[in-house]
Structures are given as C-alpha cells and as structure tokens.
Design a protein around this ligand. Structure first.
Ligand code: SF4
Ligand code: SF4
Length: 240
C-alpha cells in the first residue's frame, strides 16, 4: 500500500506490541503517481513520530523511513541490512542506548500516545501537510520544545451541566461515541473514550455554548447520574 497510508497509530501500535524497530519504505519523493504525494505525508508523520519517541524516552533510531523505487533491490537490501544491524545494536525496546525505561511505564506511555493520535494529527495538521525539499530541514519540522508543549497543554472538552439543554447534537456528531446521551438528560463526556477531536465544541449551538475547552487543568468530575434530568421551565409551571 501507499506509504501515505501508514498512520502514526500503526507505528505506535507496532512499538506497543513489542517491536524493536519499524521501517517504512516509500516511493521516491516527487515520483508519486498521484497528486496527493502520500510519501511526503509518510515522511512528516515519521519525523513527528521520532520526536514523540524522544519525548517518551525511546531512541528515535528505532524508526526509519526511506524512499526508493521497485527497481532498486540492491539499495533496499543494503538499507534493510543496515537498519536491522542498528536495531540489533540498540537491543530490546526501552533498554537501548539512552533509553532505560521501565517496561510497564513504557507500555502506559505508548498507550497514552496512541489515545492522543487523532488529537496530535488535528493539532499538527498543517505541518503534516508540508513538502520539505531539503533533508537538512527534516529535523527542524518538529522541535523538542514544541512536542513537550503539545503534551503539557493537551486540551480536554467538558460539558457545563448548567448550560447543556440536551439537544443531543453533540452526541449525534461525536465520532467516538464518547458522549453519554439521553433525551432530557444533561450530556456528559466520557473522558476515557474522548479522542479530543473538538467536534462537540464546534457543533454545540451558540445559544447554549455548553461545551468548554480545558487546558492544563483537571476536568471537573461528571455530574452524578441521578442529577442529570433536565426539568423544563414550562413543565415546572404546568405541574405547579
Ligand atoms: S471532543 Fe467531543 S466530539 Fe470529539 S471525541 Fe471528544 S466528546 Fe466526542
Ligand atoms: S450540543 Fe450542547 S446543548 Fe446540545 S446536548 Fe451537546 S452539550 Fe448539550
């Protein structure tokens, strides 16, 4: 398949499954048959992933991307041999040069990163669409400070129970089924399922503006189930 189809999630999943190295092979840059130039996307994704690896304490040399044509068998064999040797030298994942991470900690860090993939892709959307022509620019596309900031300022979404009118728009549009929704019930975001796409924030009608963005602060606890029923003013009047 096209190297452009290799998602950040695939690479992190491979490491989560214990792979010691990941190699991505793509067609030569600027020789793509399609206007999409998926191999540039693969390159940017790999550059981003290498910085994420550094952030969680993995040696980025465990991920390599190369571009070559199907007629370059010798070059492919050479590159694979070299990469295989490098990975062998690094040793098992998490225990190589400059690593030394506890296996359980590594697992939980990788799980955390995998959960954030949609968010990372959304926030770094523009840079992921770059077409770098000079390999000297590769290492500068994503910086260490930028990646540290990305993870220290992760955004969460929260539905303000005082403002939610249970119109259900957010729940219908949420791509992760992360919103606990029922008729006449204040809606609640399940933070474990939320992929931080921001759709609920965008679609909540302006007259309610019930969804808020939270960064660098804990998300308030969800409203207890027994307190979620909305009593409409008109209903209250009739009952009185
Ligand atoms: S940000 Fe909102 S719409 Fe997106 S996954 Fe989370 S709850 Fe669903
Ligand atoms: S779209 Fe806004 S008002 Fe409607 S259910 Fe969701 S949070 Fe509540």
């Amino acid at each position: 398949m096209c190297s452009g189809r290799v998602d950040l999630e695939f690479v992190l999943r491979a490491f989560s499954n214990g792979m010691d190295g990941v190699f991505i092979g793509g067609c030569r840059l600027n020789e793509c048959n399609y206007i999409t130039h998926g191999n540039y996307h693969a390159l940017n994704m790999a550059l981003l992933c290498r910085k994420i690896m550094e952030h969680i304490g993995l040696n980025p040399e465990r991920l390599r991307i190369e571009f070559m044509s199907s007629a370059e068998g010798n070059r492919f064999a050479e590159v694979m041999g070299e990469f295989g040797n490098n990975v062998k030298e690094l040793g098992p994942l998490g225990k190589g040069k400059g690593e030394g991470i506890d296996q359980n900690e590594l697992k939980s860090k990788l799980a955390e990163m995998r959960k954030l993939v949609p968010y990372i892709k959304l926030v770094k959307n523009e840079k992921l669409a770059s077409r770098l022509v000079n390999p000297e620019e590769y290492d500068k596309l994503f910086t260490k400070d930028e990646i540290d900031k990305l993870f220290s300022e992760v955004i969460s979404y929260y539905i303000d129970p005082e403002k939610c009118q249970a119109c259900m728009t957010c729940a219908k549009r949420c791509p992760a089924e992360a919103i606990i929704s029922a008729k006449n019930q204040i809606h609640v975001i399940d933070q474990e399922k939320c992929i931080k796409c921001g759709t609920c924030f965008e679609v909540c009608p302006p007259k309610f503006r019930a969804v808020t963005k939270i960064s660098g602060e804990p998300v308030p606890p969800p409203l207890p189930e027994e307190k979620r029923t909305i009593v409409r003013k008109s209903k209250e009047k009739k009952e009185n």
